[in-house]
Ligand binder design. Structure first.
Ligand code: HEC
Length: 96
């Protein structure tokens, strides 16, 4: 029975720790909103949510798999975390 008590105490703590510290690749919509102000000049009006809540296009511009000089230059400045945040914002995750 002792082992059971140890497990009962540890498992919820582990779950809580998991919630408090999301994976690094998890996008943060609020941070994404901050990072999209440069995009709006070309991609639309403020708070307009574009139709591409996907990091793939940005990663492809960065890697060169997708060729467009303008977006290549922009994507090259974004980290994976930036892209995840921007995608989370565009996905409508509560950026407002
Ligand atoms: C200087 C103008 C300009 C700025 C600033 C800009 N973009 Fe773009 N973006 C473009 C153009 C032009 C295209 C179309 C490129 C193509 O045809 O592949 C594009 C395409 C894209 C696409 C692909 C859309 C699709 O239909 O697949 C994504 C995603 C994107 N931009 C995201 C962003 C993000 C995020 C930012 C801000 C960090 C940004 N862009 C800033 C001009 C811009």
């Amino acid at each position: 029975m002792k082992l059971f008590h140890v497990l009962a105490a540890c498992v919820p703590a582990a779950l809580l720790a998991g919630l408090a510290a999301p994976l690094w690749a998890e996008g943060n919509p609020a941070a994404g909103k901050q990072k999209t102000w440069t995009c709006e000049g070309c991609h639309g009006i403020p708070d307009y949510r574009t139709a591409y809540p996907d990091v793939k296009a940005l990663q492809d511009y960065k890697s060169g798999a997708r060729k467009n000089t303008t977006m290549r230059a922009i994507a090259a400045r974004l980290s994976d975390q930036d892209m995840a945040d921007i995608a989370a914002y565009y996905a409508g995750g509560g950026g407002n």
